[in-house]
Design a protein around this ligand. Structure first.
Ligand SMILES: O=C(O)c1cc(=O)[nH]c(=O)n1[C@@H]1O[C@H](COP(=O)(O)O)[C@@H](O)[C@H]1O
Length: 239
């Protein structure tokens, strides 16, 4: 892990700016990035993004856009205006929606990432949705995202090792569903530890409650960083 490229993204899932900023101020922007998701953005809007940027954080705007191509493209353009580091859309929006999102983000704008299959989905959820096996589905959607020119995907750390061939050329794997050994999964279903996720070839790890709801969030993040530093990483052969 280097100063320029923190691997861990802390999910600031809070209901208002005060709590989110109190937590952010205990974190070091050189050590982690932060994610603003549906809850915090719905409460505080673009202002919270700008405040976090002002504190020195690069921000992943996680609003998981999923709509008709024109609507998603316009939303991506507005996200790019905010100067965020990363933004995501649902891969299940399909090839035309992904292509429209890609076109809407200017060169040098945020990294555009496709959410494949949510890490909260287990086999029963996938069966009920008619989506079948998660690894096959994640691979198919990841290929779709790559073909549309996206910069990477969100997948579970359980699928990361099967997507290593797609990482050539800088396509990144972002993995939420991170839980320390023995910790409760909460609503997540496809989880792994930090060490396992990095060993499987994830590029960025999204960590929420294990840090933000810890009695000492700074110590919890320090433990995550130590685990990340000690993790083996697969060698990436660029073809
Ligand atoms: O796109 C995401 O960030 C995301 C995708 C996914 O499949 N699963 C998932 O958990 N997330 C987000 O990652 C974070 C995980 O939080 P914790 O479960 O608290 O670690 C939440 O903010 C989710 O919204």
């Amino acid at each position: 892990m280097s100063f320029e490229d923190p691997t861990i993204i802390v999910a600031l899932d809070f209901s208002e700016a005060g709590a989110a900023l109190a937590l952010a101020r205990r974190l070091d922007p050189a050590q982690c990035r932060v994610k603003v998701g549906l809850e915090l953005f719905s409460a505080e809007g673009p202002a919270i993004v700008r405040t976090l940027q002002g504190l020195g954080f690069s921000v992943f705007l996680d609003l998981k856009f999923h709509d008709i191509p024109n609507t998603v493209a316009s939303a991506c353009a507005r996200a790019a205006d905010l100067g965020v580091w990363m933004v995501n859309v649902h891969a299940l929006g399909g090839a035309r929606m992904l292509a429209a999102a890609r076109q809407a983000i200017p060169a040098g704008g945020p990294r555009l990432i496709g959410v494949t299959i949510l890490t909260s989905h287990g086999p029963e959820d996938l069966a009920a949705l008619g989506l079948g096996d998660s690894s096959e589905r994640v691979r198919g959607l990841s290929v779709l995202c790559r073909e549309a020119g996206l910069d990477g995907v969100v997948c579970s750390p359980r699928e990361a090792h099967e997507l290593q061939d797609l990482r050539a050329g800088g396509f990144v794997l972002v993995t939420p569903g991170i839980r320390p050994e023995g910790a409760p999964p909460d609503d997540q279903r496809r989880t792994r530890t930090i060490r396992e996720a990095l060993a499987a070839g994830a590029d960025y790890l999204v960590v929420g409650r294990p840090v933000t709801r810890a009695p000492d969030p700074s110590a919890a993040l320090a433990a995550c960083l130590a685990e990340a530093r000690g993790a083996p990483r697969p060698v990436l052969f660029d073809t």
